[in-house]
Design a protein around this ligand. Structure first.
Ligand code: UDX
Ligand code: ADP
Length: 458
């Protein structure tokens, strides 16, 4: 079967870039991305590419290539479903915040709504592709809904998890390490295989059964997050013993069996995937009575929470056990560099901890809007909200502060005039580098009390 028209439900961080690249690489396929969120679709359609709803290096070029040619953004979900031979479901699957599995299981209500809508609207046979990260056996649930409420229309379900990382999404999509297609129906699998093989070498396209595909995605994220928690656990030991975590990471990373990637100690991992997927894995293990498996993976999250908390506790302790009324500048709010995504960002947790100690917080992030930062802190009361100031200028954010905390590894932080920043701060001037980004020697020479993750200040 040759696919000529695709619809993707969900124009978010996954659906947007992924479908844009498919459209760019397959000019013969009409790709329509739909979303219920009207302002998001308007932003994707904005002629000013600065206004795209997500910031991702290289994305504007992809949009320029394909938008209006064979890539379309729309809020007319029914029409796009009806016209498409293949439908990708790329809606959000947050952790449930109610009922059974609260705080752990994935909330599948958006997925189910999509499945029901597809069933209601479809008049012709379709291939439905799970793109969102989902618990194992979700495909079965989708198939059940489609088969039982459809009008005799045949649906084939495929799992095609996305492995792109934010900040490098376009590069990851252009040159993926692998593409994974899980399914049972040969014809459906080969239809999707043919799409990817327009630009991905065939040997990098793996086909598996549906459950393996679903579980591989959760496992990949769990392993990646585990590496970060592992190195972060060692960072605390380094601080106590006089070892330097960057040196340890380099030394172990040169072992080809370990590898050098994903060994950067930090203020804690964030992002929409790691915590959610591990919680999901833990929940699935528990639901099969595999308590040791569940406890094993839960420890990755416990260590991450510990890393975030001890970072803010260390700021408070170092500033003579009180931050009340003191200005602390937070440089970086996104969960990593080169994205405007703030979901589960360590910065949120650190700001909350400092505000609960009545610190005055000045935030600067090159790509995150003030509106988003305030939305992330909605749990605070009105009085606490007054303690937050969002600045458009890093020098202003740092001026008259007692301390600066680097929370995102934005390259531009390395280009600042740190001498000037030092001169405008209260003394002693503290820098807590949650990303080991700045040059320690240079910072100390300027006069800062420079405290990095995973190195001792003894
Ligand atoms: C992750 C997976 O990498 C990707 O394959 C999957 O599709 C989605 O989840 P993402 O969350 O976008 O991608 O970013 P990633 O680069 O994995 O970083 C996640 C978090 O870990 C960030 O907060 C990052 O700063 C942190 N991290 C990463 C570290 O603290 N140290 C490291 O060495 C690597
Ligand atoms: P991800 O990071 O997984 O892409 P996002 O939250 O960025 O997640 O994007 C998911 C998108 O899916 C949101 O823009 C949301 O409005 C959209 N969405 C959720 N449910 C539906 C639905 N039933 N129909 C259309 N769009 C939906």
């Amino acid at each position: 079967m040759k696919i000529k028209s695709i619809c993707c439900i969900g124009a978010g961080y996954v659906g947007g870039p992924t479908m844009a690249v498919i459209a760019q690489k397959c000019p013969d396929i009409k790709v329509t991305i739909v979303d219920l969120n009207e302002s998001r679709i308007a932003a994707w359609n904005d002629s000013n590419l600065e206004n795209l709803p997500i910031y991702e290096p290289g994305l504007a070029d992809v949009i320029t290539d394909a938008r209006g040619r064979n890539l379309f953004f729309s809020t007319d979900v029914d029409k796009a479903i009806d016209e498409a031979q293949m439908i990708f479901i790329s809606v959000n699957t947050p952790t449930k915040n109610y009922g059974v599995g609260k705080g752990m299981a994935a909330d599948l209500k958006y997925i189910e709504l999509c499945a029901r809508q597809i069933a209601r609207v479809s008049k012709h046979d379709k291939i439905v592709v799970e793109k969102s990260t989902l618990p194992v056996r979700t495909a079965e649930a989708i198939k059940n809904i489609l088969d039982n409420t459809g009008n005799g229309v045949q649906f084939q379900i495929l799992s095609n998890p996305e492995f792109l990382a934010e900040g490098t999404a376009v590069q990851d999509l252009h040159n993926p390490d692998r593409v994974l297609i899980g399914g049972e129906n040969e014809e459906a699998i080969s239809a999707l295989f043919d799409i990817y093989s327009n630009w991905v070498p065939k040997e990098k396209i793996l086909t598996t059964n549906v459950w393996s595909s679903e579980l591989s995605k959760l496992t990949a994220n769990a392993f990646l997050a585990q590496r970060v928690s592992s190195i972060n656990s060692i960072s605390e030991l380094c601080e106590k013993t006089g070892a330097d975590v960057s040196e340890v990471a380099k030394a172990i990373g040169m072992d080809a069996r370990i590898g050098s990637k994903f060994l950067k100690a930090s203020v804690g991992f964030g992002g929409s995937c790691f915590q959610k997927d591990i919680l999901n894995l833990v929940y699935i293990a528990k639901s099969y009575g595999l308590h040791e498996v569940a406890d094993y993976w839960e420890q990755v999250i416990i260590m991450n929470d510990h890393q975030k908390n001890r970072f803010s506790q260390n700021i408070i302790k170092t500033l003579y056990n009180t931050v009340s009324g003191k200005k602390i500048a937070l440089l970086g709010w996104a969960f990593k560099k080169d994205t405007n995504d703030t979901r589960e960002s360590a910065a949120i947790n650190i700001a909350q901890n400092l505000i609960s100690e009545q610190a005055n917080i000045a935030v600067y992030d090159p790509k995150v809007s003030e509106k988003q930062i305030k939305l992330d802190l909605l749990d605070l009361d009105e009085k606490q909200m007054d303690l937050i100031n969002v600045s458009q200028d890093p020098y202003e954010a740092c001026s008259n502060s007692h301390a600066i905390a680097i929370l995102t590894e934005w390259d531009e932080f390395n280009t600042y005039d740190w001498k000037k920043i030092y001169n405008n701060m209260l003394k002693p001037a503290f820098v807590f580098d949650g990303r080991n980004l700045l040059d320690k020697k240079q910072m100390i020479e300027i006069g800062f009390t420079y405290i990095a993750v995973g190195s001792s200040n003894l």
